[in-house]
Design a protein around this ligand. Structure first.
Ligand SMILES: NC(=O)c1ccc[n+]([C@@H]2O[C@H](COP(=O)([O-])OP(=O)(O)OC[C@H]3O[C@@H](n4cnc5c(N)ncnc54)[C@H](O)[C@@H]3O)[C@@H](O)[C@H]2O)c1
Ligand SMILES: CC(C)C[C@H](N)C(=O)O
Length: 364
């Protein structure tokens, strides 16, 4: 990847490469766009096969956060951090504190939170070095683990997608195939199980599969089989890029709705879903619950207020389908349009000069 070409193509503001030999820190903080506010996005810890893969992931995920915040109506920009390492073996206090110092150095341009491979304890370590971290322990007045709230939003968004596809938002009796039953999907399955959904699950982590089988009577399949099962809704809840040339032909569902970020490997895969008459609930609209929840910390965290906003994902998903029909475009494009229009209109209004301390003549 040619870094500057890629940054210019999607108009990224900044990429920070963090290295600390002592703690083993190798991390990339990508800030995509801060028109709407500070870039808020999670910290992913993953065993990337190459540095290039890590850069690509950070950049793609950061841009996704810009769109997620804009579409959710939040006053936040988009950013993300990837930390190269194995979350099962490579975590240490020094590692997260070292990263915390880099985040502090950005002076609030970027605020972090949990993502795949990180948890509340990791955020608490980062918090020892910087206030620019959300999703820390509730004892600090924070919102804690965002995953159950993300799950609630995905559940609500899935109901909206069912309404579009089947004419009713009841999920009772439907079959949902879930790829990856980790933090978000486990809580999502709880909601689905209560609504009498038949669950088919897969995961590369045997413990997680077993938990879903035991707790929700889910049927297990292998990670490869999940694309071939007969189901009403396919819920991608693991990693990105899984809607692609190899998988679309195999899917036997009417709806794709899940928590994973960057589900479409390329935009054209959204066109392919549309051409096959499938209802796709755009990833960053349906999975915004965790972001909405941690963003509420910036106002002084109020769980009732946050959950009320997360419920709005139902209407937001319906709004995306409306725009898609109105403009004759696939749903992923409709979501992009909704987000881009909000950023463009606020960019315009922010061009008005506002006096700040920095410009004050009193400073002379
Ligand atoms: N946690 C949040 O609040 C949140 C918010 C928005 C989006 N997301 C996105 O949702 C997805 C899941 O997040 P999470 O926090 O639940 O992560 P997690 O790590 O707890 O869960 C992911 C699960 O997917 C499994 N998995 C990985 N590769 C797989 C494969 N090829 N096949 C089957 N299973 C596989 C993992 O073993 C794990 O159990 C991620 O894409 C994340 O970026 C999470
Ligand atoms: C801010 C966090 C809750 C980010 C979350 N991992 C997401 O992708 O939305």
């Amino acid at each position: 990847m040619k870094l500057f070409d890629y940054m210019e193509k999607y108009d990224y503001e900044q990429v920070v490469v963090c290295q600390d030999k002592n703690s083993g820190l190798k991390a990339i903080i990508a800030i995509h766009d801060t028109t709407l506010g500070p870039a808020l996005g999670g910290l992913r810890m993953w065993t990337y096969a190459s540095e290039e893969e890590a850069f690509e992931d950070a950049l793609r995920l950061a841009r996704g956060m810009t769109y997620k915040a804009a579409a959710a109506g939040l006053n936040l920009g988009g950013g993300k951090t990837v930390l190269i390492g194995d979350p099962k073996k490579d975590k240490s206090e020094e590692l997260f504190r070292s990263l915390g110092r880099y985040i502090e150095g950005l002076n609030g341009r970027y605020i972090t939170a949990e993502d795949v491979g990180t948890n509340v304890e990791d955020m608490d370590l980062i918090h020892l070095e910087t206030k620019y971290v959300t999703g820390i322990s509730p004892a600090f007045g924070s919102s804690g683990n965002p995953s159950p709230v993300t799950a609630f939003g995905v559940y609500k968004g899935m109901k909206a997608a069912a309404k579009e596809a089947f004419g009713s938002d009841s999920l009772d009796g439907l079959v949902v195939a879930v790829q990856g039953v980790g933090n978000v999907a486990y809580s999502m399955c709880e909601y689905l199980h209560k609504e009498n959904v038949k669950l088919i699950v897969t995961d590369i982590n045997e413990e997680n599969v077993q938990r879903a089988v035991n707790d929700f009577g889910a049927i297990r399949v292998s990670p490869e089989e999940i694309y071939d099962v007969e189901c009403d809704i396919f819920a991608p809840c693991a990693l990105g890029g899984i809607i692609n040339d190899n998988t679309i032909e195999r899917l036997k569902c009417k709806v794709v709705a899940g928590s994973a970020n960057n589900q479409l490997r390329e935009d054209r895969h959204g066109d392919m879903l549309d051409a096959r008459g499938m209802v796709y609930a755009p990833d960053y609209v349906i999975n915004a619950g965790g972001l909405i929840n941690v963003a509420d910390e910036l106002l002084g965290y109020n769980p009732e207020r946050a959950m009320k906003k997360v419920e709005g994902i139902y209407d937001n998903i319906l709004r995306v389908f409306e725009i898609a029909k109105r403009d004759g475009i696939p749903s992923y494009q409709a979501a992009d349009r909704m987000a881009e229009e909000r950023i463009a209109s606020l960019r315009q209004s922010r061009s008005t000069f506002l006096q700040t301390e920095r410009h004050s003549l009193n400073q002379r």
